[in-house]
Write a protein that binds this ligand. Structure first.
Ligand SMILES: [Mg+2]
Length: 503
């Protein structure tokens, strides 16, 4: 601008000098020509100055737009908090903070119960919950980095001044998030799991510290909601082992290496095998199995349970078709599966695909499954019952509110948990409970199965009490489908368990 002004001044000076010359003895034609040329130059100069000004403004606009784009890319539009991308960009800045001798604590936070609130009240409400949580975290950490990493995951990178009690701060996070969120007539009780790790103690690489805090958070989740867990080296070892197993599980499901074994269900009056319960088995090396509860829990936690269920169910249906007509396939549905609204459709589709009649299928559900998400569970069970599938209440007596479940849902069968069967002969109290359950079944017109029968005397007593069906090592251990092709029923008929019945 200054340059422009001095140029204009010089031009004006030249112009004045020329005027003086022309006035002293110049020709009027030449005079006009010079004036015209001068005017053109001045106009050109002004135009150039204006153009330079516009260009500068345009450059400024572009820089602002780029900053804005950068900001948008690094921030969550809902809460305005920095997002995961900002983490990489900010890593440098946070590292600098440390260079000045500052220790940091990283809190990894995952909300519990957010999905339920979202399902119940809709996404608008869910968004408001996330905004509220973000604000509460900013209130606790006004001068630190609060990030939303996506979904219901938050991260805090805070300066660790003095001897801050890190567990107490973690509990403050839990407490503030745990305060009910009320918006209009809608309200949600949100919990959280919190894990934390320290910089530079747990690692001198901030991204590794963040990973450590994440691992600790998952550990907190496993220990039950609303807990704070500090990072420890063992947690990383456990996490690594789980990550490895998660990969192996994924491959095993895809290759159908997890297969159903079958345990006979025996009519205690006639001694006939009336069906088989399919039990998932994963043999990693010959003779070496991974415990079913371990890999099923892992499949649930890592979102692979639907795939695992589908793979097992298809295999079981195909196998069941080779059994004598009328032999029932009993299949376990895990608690998490019963909160999946698509389960009913999937099971019915697979039945149709494989050609197994619904009347030959019995699904075993646990009481825990029914209390976790009662609305969805009811919806799914009604679909099954409507299709002609039988429902058995599994592990009866070990879950919650057994009796209220019996009055709410329509069951075809109750399975007395093995813990009662193993003790009822020697405990008067357990004996009374077993009698009561059998009487309850008779009263409701529901068949009763006793699980875990291991001795002749247990079987004789249960038979005498009027128990309908028996299952347990005495009657047959879970076994793979025999390779001979002679059929699973013949296979069991030849076993010691079945002969014990005729004795
Ligand atoms: Mg079962």
């Amino acid at each position: 601008m200054v340059l422009g002004l001095s140029l204009i001044t010089i031009v004006f000076d030249l112009h004045r000098l020329m005027d003086d010359y022309l006035e002293t003895g110049g020709h009027s034609y030449l005079q006009d020509l010079f004036i015209a040329l001068n005017m053109t130059g001045i106009i050109g100069l002004i135009y150039s100055a204006l153009r330079i000004r516009d260009l500068n403004a345009e450059i400024d606009r572009r820089i602002t737009a780029e900053d804005r784009a950068e900001w948008i890319a690094c921030h969550d539009p809902l809460t305005n908090l920095p997002n995961r991308r900002a983490l990489d960009a900010k890593g440098g800045a946070i590292g600098l903070a440390h260079a000045q001798g500052m220790g940091l604590v990283v809190y990894s936070i995952d909300l519990d119960g957010f999905k339920r609130a979202n399902d119940l009240w809709g996404h608008d409400f869910g968004d408001l919950v996330l905004k509220t949580v973000a604000q509460r975290l900013l209130d606790i950490f006004p001068d630190d980095h609060v990030l939303r990493l996506g979904g219901d995951e938050f991260l805090i990178v805070a300066k660790r001044a003095g001897c801050l009690d890190l567990d107490a701060t973690g509990r403050t996070i839990l407490q503030r998030i745990g305060e009910p969120v009320r918006i209009g007539h809608r309200s949600a009780d949100i919990g959280a799991s919190v894990g934390y790790a320290l910089y530079p103690e747990d690692s001198t690489d901030l991204l590794t510290v963040i990973q450590g805090a994440d691992n600790a958070m998952y550990e907190a989740k496993r220990r039950g909601r609303n807990t704070v867990t500090p990072f420890q080296a063992e947690i990383r070892a456990v996490t690594l082992r789980r990550a490895r197993m998660e990969g192996e599980l994924r491959a095993a499901i895809r290759m159908h290496r997890i297969v159903p074994y079958y345990q006979p269900l025996v009519d205690l009056k006639t001694g006939a095998i009336i069906g088989f319960e399919a039990l998932a088995r994963w043999e990693i090396t010959p003779g070496q199995f991974i415990a079913a509860n371990e890999f099923i829990a892992l499949a649930e936690e890592t979102g692979q349970i639907a795939e695992l269920t589908d793979s097992l169910f298809r295999q079981a249906c195909r196998n069941a078709l080779t059994w004598p007509a009328g032999t029932v396939l009993s299949f376990n549905i895990s608690a998490i599966q019963l909160s999946d609204r698509l389960l009913g459709l999937r099971i019915l589709t697979m039945l149709a695909e494989t050609g197994l009649p619904p009347t030959r299928l019995e699904l075993e559900v646990t009481e825990t499954a029914l209390v976790q998400d009662p609305q969805t569970a009811r919806l799914i069970l009604e679909q099954f019952v409507g299709a002609g599938i039988s429902i058995a209440l599994d592990d009866f007596g070990t879950g919650h509110s057994s009796l209220s479940q019996l009055s709410t849902y329509r069951f075809d069968k109750i399975k007395i948990d093995r813990s009662f069967i193993s003790t009822f002969e020697h405990s008067e109290k357990q004996d009374k409970l077993v009698r009561a359950i059998i009487a309850l079944g008779a009263g409701l017109g529901v068949k009763v199965t006793a699980e875990g029968i291991e001795t002749e005397s247990q079987m004789a007593k249960l038979s005498a009490l009027g128990c309908d069906i028996g299952q347990g090592y005495l009657l047959g251990r879970p076994a793979p489908l025999p390779a001979s092709g002679q059929g699973v029923v013949n296979h069991y008929a030849a076993s010691a368990g079945a002969s014990a019945l005729s004795a």
